[in-house]
Write a protein that binds this ligand. Structure first.
Ligand SMILES: Cc1cc2nc3c(=O)[nH]c(=O)nc-3n(C[C@H](O)[C@H](O)[C@H](O)COP(=O)(O)OP(=O)(O)OC[C@H]3O[C@@H](n4cnc5c(N)ncnc54)[C@H](O)[C@@H]3O)c2cc1C
Length: 403
């Protein structure tokens, strides 16, 4: 099979839509079928924990307006859940039983939030991934005025901050000793903890939720200490798992997501994966699922170049460094490269007058990642140093002298 038989993209989110756009931009004139199981045209998720939560009657934050979407000439099918892949016949099967052939398949099915173990759905218990989730959470915050957020990762911290800005009483429960300690470590975590407390969020670190309290309607959560936190709504922010359940029975290699090389190829010919569902190896040798907005776009561009048969290695391999941002209480947190709580870290000293916090991360003394609070210029100026793989001390001295 070849690309002339058409490209089918499963998942009409950011990564799926950007792959379609990139194919058109790179000159593909054949058929592109974009299959998505949500009722909405492709939309953006970052606003859902920020501005969109605050605005009553917020409009869907679409990724493309209707004219731009039409101009792509896609066969866009919404409310269409794909339930199976047959890599030999080059087909996918939809929930209504229909079968769609592909020359090339791009899997862009994203990820789903983890649930709190042992709980069943009930009124007031939420996770946040979709536009409908955001609307339901916003409505509960307005109705009840008090909320418990379980898990102080990026989504949990953003929801807690936004709910506080909406005037709600907020409790944030985290099993580890600071927020964000796994993705970026305790130095940034301590600062975020301070910000939450300064804004009046009650933060419970080193704390486990043992029980949801109430009947059909939630009344609160109980901690392992026995303390009861009242809540009209609970938002669970315990991370996500890649949406791969529909791929059972195929031989697709998986490793916490669909295993891809630095070109986005999976273990099956003519099948690529992009975005939150995909576990890529980057050209720099680091691998993992990058659940970030910018990575989904970078991967989509690389996959489109490979589908188009480009031979330019600067386009067909993922060379971009992972980048993500988060917004809490008007402070922008930005991360570039591979910061991680498990790596050695060093605070960049920017002088007593500075309100910025910048942390550098090293793997075997090599500078591999940077996180900054309110420090966009410093974070972005580290790009070439990260790409060159210089030592941590040299990076620190260069960044300090240019700050
Ligand atoms: C609330 C929130 C805030 C965020 N904030 C930030 C931020 O500030 N900065 C940042 O860098 N990143 C942020 N992100 C992450 C970023 O939005 C994601 O990395 C990005 O959306 C990933 O795009 P995707 O297309 O891979 O997945 P998704 O956007 O999840 O799209 C996947 C789509 O596939 C559909 N699908 C799944 N299974 C099937 C199936 N079997 N058949 C058909 N369709 C299917 C899903 O319903 C979904 O519509 C945030 C995410 C969320 C949820």
């Amino acid at each position: 099979m070849s690309v002339e038989s058409g490209v089918v993209i499963v998942g009409a989110g950011l990564a799926g839509l950007r792959t379609a756009e990139q194919l058109r931009e790179q000159g593909f004139e054949g058929s592109i079928t974009l299959l998505g199981d949500e009722e909405f045209a492709p939309y953006d998720r970052p606003p859902l924990s920020k501005r969109a939560l605050k605005e009553p009657d917020v409009a869907l934050p679409v990724l493309l307006d209707i004219h731009a979407l039409d101009a792509l000439k896609l066969d866009l099918r919404l409310n269409t859940r794909v339930v199976g892949l047959d890599p030999i016949r080059h087909t996918v099967t939809v929930a209504d039983g229909s079968v769609i052939s592909f020359g090339v398949l791009v899997i862009a099915t994203g990820a789903r939030p983890r649930l709190l173990r042992g709980t069943t759905p009930r009124v007031g218990l939420h996770t946040l991934r979709t536009f409908n989730d955001a609307r339901a959470i916003a409505s509960d915050i307005r109705q009840h005025g008090h909320i418990v957020v379980i898990g102080a990762g990026f989504i949990g911290c953003e929801v807690a901050a936004t709910a506080r800005e909406m005037g709600a009483e907020v409790a944030l429960v985290e099993a580890l000793s600071t927020p964000l300690s796994i993705p970026v470590g305790e130095t940034i975590g301590q600062e975020v903890l301070r910000m939450h407390r300064e804004h009046g969020v009650s933060v419970y670190c080193d704390s486990l939720v043992t029980k949801l309290v109430g009947g059909e309607h939630l009344e609160g959560v109980e901690l392992s200490t026995g303390e009861l936190l009242p809540a009209g709504a609970v938002v669970v922010g315990l991370g996500v798992t890649p949406t791969v359940d529909w791929l059972g029975g195929t031989d697709l290699a998986m490793d916490n997501g669909i295993t891809c090389d630095a070109s986005g190829h999976t273990s099956i010919e003519d099948v690529y994966a992009v975005g939150d569902v995909a576990h890529w190896t980057s050209a720099h040798g680091y691998e993992g699922r990058h659940e970030h907005w910018t990575s989904a776009i970078d991967q989509a561009r690389v996959v489109a170049a490979n589908i188009m048969g480009s031979t330019d290695e600067s386009k067909t391999r993922l060379l971009e460094l992972p980048y993500f941002w988060s917004d809490i209480y008007g402070v922008k947190i930005q991360a570039l490269g591979w910061p991680a709580g498990r790596f050695e870290s060093m605070v960049l000293h920017l002088g007593p007058a500075s309100d910025k916090l910048v942390v550098l991360y090293s793997d075997d003394d090599r500078f591999v990642g940077i996180v900054g609070l309110s420090a966009p210029r410093i974070v972005m100026s580290a790009r070439s140093m990260l790409q060159a793989g210089i030592g941590l001390d040299e990076a620190a001295s260069r960044l300090t002298s240019s700050a």
